[in-house]
Every structure is written in structure tokens, then in C-alpha cells.
Design a protein around this ligand. Structure first.
Ligand code: C2E
Ligand code: CA
Ligand code: CA
Length: 732
């Protein structure tokens, strides 16, 4: 075996080393014994080496290469695996096995390392003679002679093909799985590269969305933008792809085939260069729609779908800016429905809503395309008339709008309402140069229109603000009126036309404020109703009226008389109104038969059940109820049959001229007939002349009330009147 070994070329370096030892050794050795021992040691070493070589040969691929890269030794295993014969291998270099898998750099680095005398380790893919590939784990050991020069390289390799193949299979499987995932994704994943001509070309296009959009990969792969998309889309996408190829991550969305699509682009950088761009596209149509809805809701009123206050502010700022630049003028109309609160309280909020909707479509139709209508708040609308040049134009328009309201508005089969509105106008730029100023001044003008009697319009003037301030002032003082003892009750006698005797009196509220003077109820009651103060005020009146009537009833001068108290619709419609009355009666100890409640027709519109219940309760308590201002409001005669009431008080507008106006006579006659038919008493108020009394007597009216008999009187005046007419009999 030793001989075999010596025959092998590859141990030549060892032999050379030994020769060297023998040649020069005697000079270094002191005696032959020493040399013999060394030779023996070399012998042992060689024996060990041969054993080692054997072990290596059976377990690994061993090759020796000279410093020029030529193979000088190849063991059997090497031949077996590479399928080359030893002859073919020896004298050749390793390039014979090159699989092409590794790049040049790989081998350059390997050689650099082993030339420096360092051990190199790595995994190499080789090609066998039959073209098959195998992987080897390789360790290359540079072998040096005694002087330290590398004389050859021993490469020890183990076959790792099996593991490597498994790994490759795994990678392919993973890639396939990734592809599967991408394909089954709801989104669309694509890759774009830039081809030689600078065209963007799709190299991947997967995902369900691709199919839904009709962008199947068959239509996309290796195609450029112009092969697929319209010119417009092409330009847009090109812009984004260009940006992404500059290394920017970006997102954009656009609409395509009825879908809203959101795309993220991520550049893939290799060696500092963007080599491709990956895009991920999702369908955000629903999200987009929801966003649009939210935007619509944010800028529109849900009841009328009109643009709202927020939109007005934005638009107004734009219009102001534009008008400033173009030296244009425009008008802003502030429209408020008259007594809307009253309608709401009387008929309920659904009727109120219905009215708002009707009015909004009425206004929309009337203003034309160039103008813009907004719902500013509850019953307040704002219209902007661009390019409205002057006062005259604005006034003509305002009159047109008021005309719209002359016809009654049909809210349902049974309900028609005569609504009116008040309009305030401000002009840009003379009445304000900011949106706030223009709105504020138009609002002040509108408020002035209301104080001028409603159903009219007003152009902004500075004095207007003062009247608005007055209303605020009234409200301010009204809040303190009860506590400061500023209210007083007046009483107006009611006469029985048959007996000519006074059988009752209406309690009427008077307000005297130190600063504002005496304010008529027609001025402050609407403000009290609008601010809700009326509840407190009505209760105060009820208490005082009952308290006073109790006192009079207890006094020897008075025969028992009913006191009539006006109750605002807002108050009557509060839940358990009857309990308030009950409390007051208990507290004042007035006989319920001596109290009458006056309510107007709109107190019980639209809340039939609750009202019947309340009226029944009042009746059970012994209280009578009269319908005040009958004929003036939203009369529906139907309720007269259903409601437990006692009297109709014909509105004074019908009474005033009843002696001269045939129409009025006919109305009063008809009402009286109807009332008597239903067992109701008829009361006529506002009687100022003897002639009117005569007509009413003839018609058969039951009770009268008016200046002709007596103005409303203070407590003292009233007591004096009673004392003068001891039997309370009035000569009419
Ligand atoms: P109303 O309930 O119709 O009251 C009758 C009004 O007619 C009273 O006005 C009375 O002074 C007036 N009047 C009486 N006789 C004549 C007449 O011959 N000719 C004319 N032209 N008018 C006459 P007043 O006191 O100014 O009250 C106005 C309205 O204010 C009342 O109308 C009522 O709706 C309301 N009001 C008055 N006091 C109260 C109150 O205590 N509570 C509530 N809720 N409303 C009240
Ligand atoms: Ca009344
Ligand atoms: Ca009345």
C-alpha cells in the first residue's frame, strides 16, 4: 500500500520533502541514531497518512489541484459522481465541471482566498459528464511545503445534491404557493418594468380584481400601457409609474369601468436602481360611495337635501372673492317662515317638517338656475342671487317670493296651511364685505320685516338693527318680569245677551316695564311663545286669575262669575296640562265651575287623542273650555263634534263689521247655527257699537264682550264697575 502511495503522483511533494531531508539531513543530525528515529517517525506519519487517505477516499470526493488549477489527483468517488474517468479529469481544470450556476465572481473570490493560503468552504453546483447537476459541499485546503509556499490544493467534497434538491423543490413549492395566494387575492397585484424603449410593460397581473375589471393577465402580460388603456388613462398612469421609477412610493385613485380603484406603487430597487415597480390595486368603490355620502351629509340638510349652512359659508367666501375680483355685486336673501314655531307646536313636528320641505321645493323652483338656495336653520333659508345689481332687482325678486306664499300650501289631503314668510336682504358689497356681515345684516333686515307685520321684505338699513335689538331687549326684560312684579291682570266683562247680565270676565295680561314702558300682549306674547317663557307666564296668569275670582266670589258684592283665562297652545299641549290646572285650583280653592279656559283651534290640531283626553279631564273637573278666535285659524269643523268643548268665541275680525258686511253676517250666522246644533254657546268679542249688538241679538248669539260694554279693566276699576251695577245688569 505504501508502494501504491509512492506511485501516486500526488504524494510527490511528500517525497520531495523526504528527499530534502535525506540530502541535507546529515548536516543537521548529530548521529545516525537520531536520524533513524526521525525516519521511523516519518514512516509512522506516512502510515497514518495512508490510513487517513483511505478513510477520506471512501467517505468523500477528494481532488488535488496544482497551483495552476490543473487536476492532479481524483479519487474514485470524484470519478463516480462526475461520471468522468480519472484520465479525463487529470490534467484538466475544474471548468470541466462548471454548471453555469455560479457567476464569475464566485470563483474569483474562491481563488483569491486559497491563493492567500486560507481554507475555502462553500457549496458548489457542478455539472456531470452526462449533463446532470450535483451539489457538493466543498472544503479546499492549500497545501504548503516546508518553506511555506503553496504547492497544491486538496479539495474535499461531499455530495449534498439530495438536500439541495429538496431545498430547490421547497423554494419552487413556496413560489407556487405565493403565486396561488396572489392569484386568489381579491386585489390586483401587478408588476411593471421599463423596457428598452422606455415603455412600461406589465410582467405580472394577478388577483380576482383583474378579472372583475376585464384586465386578465392574458391581456396584460408583456403589454405596454398604450396596448391596453385609453389615451387619457395612459397619460395618467404613465405619470405615476414615472414617479415610482424615480424611487418614490405613492398611491393614487381613479375611476375605471364604474369602479373606484386605489393603487399603491412600490419601487423595487436593486443595486441602487429601480428595476421594477410593484402595484397593488384595491376596489374602494363602496368606501368611496360612503365617503361621498358622508360628504353629502356634511354639506346638505337631511330633510330637504338642500345645501346647508356649512356649504353656504364655503360658497359665500368663494362668491365674495370672485365678486371682488370682477367688481361684481350680488344679493343675499334671508327668508324665515312666519309663526313657524306656532305651526310646529300646533300641528306637530311632522307637519312642520312637511311644510319646510314644501317651501324648499317651492323656493327652488322659483329662484332659477343661477341662484343658490340653502337651508340655513330650522325654518330659515338663504338664497344667493349672483350678479344681482341693485335694490330694484332685489325688491322685484322679493315680491315674487312673497307672492308664492299667497296660495295655501297643501300638506296632505286634509291639511292646507296659509304660511307666510319674512325676507331680509343684504347686498354685496354695500351691506357687508364678509360672509358673516352679509348674513348678520340680512338677518337683521328679516327681523325688521317681522316686526313690520310679517309677510314682507326689508332691505338692510342700519336702523334695522335697532328693532332687532328691541326684540332682544323685550326678551331680556320678559325673563325678569314675573320676579319684578311687572305683570298685572286686567279683566274684561262678558255679558249674557239674554239676561243682559255680566256672567264672567276675561283675564288679560298687561306688562309695564320701567325701561320699555307698557308693552301690548300682541308684542310680547309671541316672544314669550318663541322663547318658551309662556309656560311660566300662563301659569302666573292662571294662578292670579283664580286667586282673584276666589276673592270676588267670597265677597258680598259679587255674584258668582266665571273667569276666562287664555292658554297658549304651547302650554295646552304640554303633557299633563290638566294637572297644572288641578294644582292651581287646589291651591287657590276656586270652584272649578268658575273657571273657563280659552284656547285657539291650533292648540289641538294633529294631537287629537291627547287633546280629547285632556279636554275630558278638564270637563270632569267642572271646567269649561272655549275656542278662542274661532274662524281665524286652520278651521276644521270636524273636531267640533269630537271634542268636549263648551263655547265658540267668534274672532273679532268677523264681528267688527258684522252690521255692515253681508259676508260677515253670513259667517257669524253659520257659526251660530252650527254651534247651537252642537250644543255649544256662541260668544262674540270685539263689540264696539250698538248696531253690532243688535245684529248679534237677531242672529241668536249668546254672549258678548267688547269695548262697547267695557274695555279691559284693572282690578280696582273692575271692582268699581261691579259696585256701580249692583245686580251686574248692563243697559245695552
Ligand atoms: P284675545 O284672547 O283675543 O283677547 C281679546 C283681545 O281683544 C284683548 O287684547 C282685548 O283687549 C281686545 N279687545 C276686547 N274688546 C275689544 C274691542 O271691542 N275692540 C278691539 N279692537 N279689541 C278688543 P289684548 O288684551 O291686547 O290681548 C291680545 C291678545 O293677547 C289676546 O287676544 C290673547 O291672545 C293674548 N293674551 C292676552 N292676555 C293673555 C294671557 O294672559 N295669556 C295668553 N296666553 N295670551 C294672552
Ligand atoms: Ca281670549
Ligand atoms: Ca279672541
Amino acid at each position: 500500500m505504501m508502494a501504491d502511495m509512492f506511485e501516486d503522483k500526488q504524494v510527490q511533494p511528500w517525497i520531495d520533502s523526504l528527499k530534502e531531508l535525506f540530502r541535507n539531513g546529515h548536516q543537521n543530525y548529530k548521529n545516525l541514531l537520531q536520524m533513524e528515529q526521525d525516519i521511523l517517525q516519518i514512516g509512522h506519519f506516512l502510515e497514518d497518512f495512508s490510513n487517513l487517505k483511505y478513510a477520506l477516499d471512501v467517505s468523500a470526493i477528494v481532488a488535488c489541484t496544482d497551483t495552476n488549477g490543473k487536476i492532479i489527483y481524483a479519487n474514485d468517488k470524484f470519478c463516480e459522481l462526475s461520471k468522468f474517468s480519472r484520465k479525463e479529469l487529470i490534467g484538466n481544470d475544474h471548468r470541466i465541471l462548471n454548471s453555469g450556476h455560479h457567476d464569475k465572481q464566485f470563483f474569483v473570490e474562491m481563488w483569491n482566498q486559497i491563493r492567500q493560503g486560507e481554507v475555502w468552504e462553500g457549496e458548489v453546483k457542478n455539472k456531470a459528464k452526462d449533463g446532470s447537476y450535483y451539489w457538493v459541499k466543498t472544503t479546499i485546503v492549500p497545501l504548503k511545503d516546508l518553506t511555506g509556499n503553496t504547492v497544491m490544493y486538496i479539495a474535499i467534497r461531499t455530495d449534498i445534491s439530495e438536500g439541495k434538491n429538496a431545498q430547490e423543490k421547497l423554494i419552487t413549492a413556496l413560489q407556487n404557493d405565493y403565486r396561488h395566494v396572489v392569484t386568489s387575492m381579491q386585489n390586483l397585484i401587478f408588476k411593471v418594468i421599463k423596457d428598452k424603449n422606455g415603455q412600461f410593460v406589465y410582467t405580472l397581473n394577478e388577483g380576482k380584481l383583474a378579472y372583475e375589471l376585464g384586465l386578465e393577465k392574458e391581456k396584460m402580460l408583456n403589454k405596454s400601457l398604450k396596448d391596453i388603456f385609453s389615451e387619457e388613462l395612459q397619460l395618467m398612469l404613465e405619470k405615476y409609474y414615472c414617479e415610482a421609477f424615480l424611487g418614490r412610493q405613492l398611491s393614487y385613485n381613479y375611476s375605471f369601468r364604474g369602479r373606484q380603484l386605489l393603487t399603491y406603487l412600490s419601487p423595487i430597487v436593486s443595486d441602487g436602481k429601480v428595476v421594477e415597480v410593484i402595484g397593488c390595486m384595491s376596489d374602494i368603490t363602496e368606501l368611496h360611495q360612503a365617503k361621498q355620502e358622508v360628504e353629502f351629509l356634511a354639506y346638505h340638510d337631511s330633510l330637504t337635501s338642500l345645501p346647508n349652512r356649512r356649504k353656504l359659508n364655503e360658497d359665500l367666501n368663494h362668491i365674495i372673492e370672485k365678486s371682488q375680483n370682477n367688481n361684481d355685486r350680488f344679493a343675499l336673501f334671508y327668508i324665515d317662515l312666519d309663526r313657524f314655531k306656532h305651526i310646529n307646536d300646533s300641528f306637530g313636528h311632522s307637519v312642520g317638517d312637511c311644510l319646510i320641505t314644501k317651501v324648499s321645493s317651492m323656493l327652488k323652483k322659483a329662484i332659477g338656475n343661477n341662484s343658490r338656495l340653502y337651508r340655513f336653520a330650522g325654518d330659515e333659508f338663504i338664497i344667493i342671487f349672483p350678479q344681482m345689481k341693485n335694490h330694484e332687482e332685489a325688491m322685484i325678486k322679493a315680491k315674487q317670493i312673497l307672492l308664492l306664499f299667497e296660495q295655501s300650501i297643501n300638506l296632505s289631503n286634509q291639511l292646507e296651511i296659509n304660511a307666510t314668510c319674512s325676507i331680509g336682504i343684504s347686498l354685496f358689497p354695500e351691506h357687508g364685505e364678509t360672509s358673516e356681515e352679509l348674513i348678520r345684516n340680512a338677518d337683521a333686515a328679516m327681523y325688521a320685516a317681522k316686526t313690520y307685520g310679517r309677510s314682507t321684505y326689508k332691505m338692510y338699513e342700519e336702523e334695522i338693527c335697532q328693532s332687532q335689538e328691541k326684540a332682544l331687549l323685550i326678551e331680556y326684560h320678559l325673563r325678569k318680569a314675573i320676579d319684578q312684579n311687572e305683570f298685572e291682570l286686567y279683566f274684561q266683562p262678558k255679558i249674557d245677551l239674554n239676561t243682559k247680565e255680566m256672567n264672567g270676565m276675561e283675564a288679560l295680561l298687561r306688562w309695564n316695564n320701567e325701561e320699555l314702558g307698557s308693552i301690548p300682549p300682541d308684542t310680547f306674547i309671541p316672544i314669550a311663545e318663541e322663547t318658551g317663557l309662556i309656560l311660566k307666564i300662563d301659569r302666573w296668569v292662571l294662578e292670579k286669575a283664580c286667586e282673584q275670582n276666589k276673592k270676588w266670589n267670597d265677597s258680598q258684592f259679587f255674584k258668582p262669575m266665571k273667569v276666562s283665562v287664555n292658554i297658549s297652545p304651547l302650554h295646552f299641549r304640554t303633557p299633563k296640562f290638566q294637572q297644572v290646572v288641578q294644582q292651581v285650583l287646589e291651591q287657590t280653592e276656586l270652584d272649578p265651575n268658575l273657571l273657563e279656559i280659552e284656547i285657539t283651534e291650533n292648540s289641538f290640531m294633529n294631537q287629537t287623542e291627547e287633546c280629547i283626553e285632556c279636554l275630558n279631564d278638564l270637563r270632569k273637573m267642572g271646567i269649561t273650555v272655549a275656542i278662542d278666535d274661532f274662524g281665524k285659524g286652520y278651521s276644521s269643523l270636524n273636531y267640533l263634534r269630537k271634542f268636549p268643548i263648551h263655547a265658540l268665541k267668534i274672532d273679532r275680525t268677523f264681528i267688527h263689521e258684522v252690521s255692515r258686511n253681508m259676508d260677515d253676517i253670513a259667517i257669524v250666522k253659520a257659526i251660530t247655527l252650527l254651534a247651537h246644533e252642537l250644543n255649544l254657546k256662541v260668544v262674540a268679542e270685539g263689540i264696539e257699537t250698538k248696531e253690532v249688538i243688535d245684529v248679534l241679538e237677531e242672529i241668536g248669539c249668546d254672549e258678548i264682550q267688547g269695548f262697547y260694554v267695557s274695555k279691559p279693566l284693572s282690578k280696582n276699576e273692575f271692582e268699581n264697575l261691579i259696585k256701580q251695577n249692583t245686580n251686574q245688569n248692563f243697559i245695552l
